[in-house]
Write a protein that binds this ligand. Structure first.
Ligand code: NPW
Ligand code: ADP
Ligand code: K
Length: 514
């Protein structure tokens, strides 16, 4: 069975500071947290050194407690075998609190970072800035980070970041001016959103989340509403066929096909819905495309449905409990009418996934789509990529550096505005619900950047919704299964391979027979 290497909750920097202060209020000293944090960093460093031929470590310390972690890690690492140098951005007499105590307990020399050489160094520990990063990095600190990144690229040696790579905003994943490129990042208690959102994710390298003595019970007060999108979040609600079940219990999904020259996208979605576990899947096909679709389908059923009227007639059957539309439909009033038909009041609680052209068809009047979603008989999932997101919710791709708004917060705002679950695609796919809950995808495969892979995702989500999964978990689980299938298949993937690989994903998620 696949294991998630991280606890599911994700915290903001402010929530982490609260976890810290609640723990200190319970009687645990800040110094004890710092010692444990540094111990985790030292252990990670030891692992890297075991693989390296040399044993010379340079620790770069900043002005706050991130630097404090660096001083303690330096002390814990130093041994007759391991040579440790410390360089600091700040003179010791300008440090405060735990950072000052940590620096005072280091009895070795401290070099100014301006003149610190990387010559002969085997491993660097980046303890410059962590959760306290509050503005863009400039001046000597920026020059140091540029020098460090250049050394890493040229020497092939490794960098371990303490808490976050310095310069990466822990909450948004944005680079504040310049940021360290790390091979591993050791963070504490829970991941922060900046570890998973781009570009932060790329700067982190491998992420380690260490236990430092903060109890999980502090989360009761903090009530986090962002989660790692990995099996740990949704595995308990994964729909599995039951021995006493039959295909109708597993739901019946419908996918609307485009016209004769645009049928492939809907077939990809329909096939994926079936592989995601829907008991039955019907492709609703315009009469002009019936022969083409029928010739290309086997287990997916086909019904003639021309335009909105055809879809309305098909959906009169209350057993059709999930409908997906958008891929291959074309942009314009005909597609808008089909969306209206799909979201029209019904006697059953029918779920709907809207993707691609179904979204773009509302770009000039998103309010009317929000109105339809508000009146829909069941949950609605929107699956925009960045371009579609910008068309529907306004382009905010380049936020001003002073106030970066993260992809997570933009997806959350979009879900609140639209009343739908919004799945904002990309390697750091975010799924957000109108009530504020959100997940960030941890599984990613760049092989997914291939035509039709989004259509497949639409189908997977429709298949999971048809089986009655709650929409935030269905969309999150769908995104994970989609990415996992791509990771398993790997090089050479085309969209058709994703559904074909889903059985392997299911095998990873289901308990082995005993
Ligand atoms: N929370 C926990 O449970 C635990 C936390 N721990 C550790 O503490 C870390 C957080 O420590 P922290 O709060 O002292 O902040 P930190 O990241 O060291 O930076 C603050 C300093 O940087 C400065 N500064 C900021 N931006 C700057 C810029 N652009 N350019 C230049 N300077 C800039 C800022 O200056 P100021 O803004 O005040 O002028 C201030 O001096 C956390 O990441 C983790 O490693 C662990 O020990 C164990 C438990
Ligand atoms: N570099 C990447 N790494 C991981 N996932 C990616 C990457 N590029 C695209 N994806 C994923 O692939 C899918 C592409 O969807 P979309 O852009 O709608 O494609 P299409 O319109 O061709 O079906 C999305 O799920 C997206 O998150
Ligand atoms: K750091």
């Amino acid at each position: 069975m696949i294991q998630t290497p991280y606890p599911v909750e994700i915290l903001t920097a402010a929530q982490m500071a609260r976890a810290d202060s609640l723990t200190i209020a319970e009687g645990v000293s800040g110094m004890s947290l710092m010692e444990k944090a540094a111990d985790a960093v030292a252990r990670a460093a030891n692992q890297f050194l075991q693989k390296s031929s040399g044993r010379r470590v340079l620790v770069l310390c900043g002005p706050g407690n991130n630097g404090g972690d660096g001083y303690v890690a330096a002390r814990l690492l130093r041994s007759p075998r391991i040579k440790v140098r410390v360089a600091s951005l700040t003179p010791r007499d300008e440090l405060h609190g735990d950072a000052l105590a940590a620096a005072s307990a280091w009895d070795g020399p401290v070099e100014p970072t301006e003149t610190a050489s990387f010559q002969g160094v085997d491993l660097v520990i980046d303890a410059l800035f962590g959760a306290g990063l509050s503005r863009d990095i400039q001046g000597p600190a920026a020059e140091l980070i540029q020098r460090l990144n250049k050394w890493r690229r040229e020497s092939g040696q490794n960098v371990i970041a303490v808490d976050t790579p310095s310069g990466v905003d822990g909450s948004t994943g944005a680079v504040r001016g310049v940021a360290v490129e790390a091979d591993a990042t050791v963070t504490f208690f829970r991941l922060k959103s900046g570890h998973l959102l781009l570009p932060g994710r790329v700067h982190c390298g491998q992420i380690v989340c260490a236990h430092i003595g903060i109890r999980s019970r502090v989360l009761k007060d903090i009530a986090p509403n962002t989660f790692v999108n990995a099996p740990g979040y949704w595995l308990d609600s994964l729909p599995l066929p039951r021995i006493e079940g039959h295909k109708y219990v597993r739901g019946h999904a419908a996918v609307m096909s485009g016209g004769p020259s645009h049928t492939g996208a809907a077939r990809l979605a329909a096939q994926a819905a079936l592989r995601a576990g829907a008991g039955l899947v019907t492709l609703a096909s315009p009469s002009a495309a019936m022969a083409i679709n029928a010739g290309a389908l086997t287990s997916v059923m086909i019904r003639e449905a021309d335009g909105a009227a055809g879809l309305t007639a098909l959906l009169a059957d209350p057993r059709l409990n999930a409908v997906a539309l958008g891929p291959g439909l074309g942009v314009g009033p005909a597609t808008r009418a089909q969306v209206e038909a799909a979201l029209a009041p019904a006697t059953n609680k029918r779920s709907c996934v809207l993707d691609a052209d179904a979204l773009t068809s509302f770009q000039h009047d998103p309010q009317s789509l929000w109105g339809l979603i508000g009146a829909a008989p069941g949950p609605v999932v929107l699956t925009p990529h960045a371009g579609e997101f910008a068309r529907l919710f306004g382009a905010k791709e380049e936020p001003p550096a002073e106030a970066p708004v993260s992809k997570l917060e933009r997806a959350r705002a979009a879900a609140r505005e639209s009343g739908a679950i919004v799945l904002y695609k990309g390697p750091d796919t975010v799924v957000a619900a109108p009530d504020g809950r959100a997940t960030i995808l941890i599984e990613a495969s760049p092989w997914l950047a291939t035509a039709g892979s989004g259509d497949t995702l639409t189908g997977i989500i429709a298949g999971l919704l048809a089986q009655g999964m709650e929409p935030l978990t269905a969309a999150s689980c769908g995104a994970w299964m989609h990415a996992r299938a791509a990771a398993i298949f790997g090089p050479g993937l085309i969209a058709d391979d994703i559904a074909a690989t889903l059985p392997q994903v299911w095998r990873e998620l289901t308990p082995a027979p005993t």
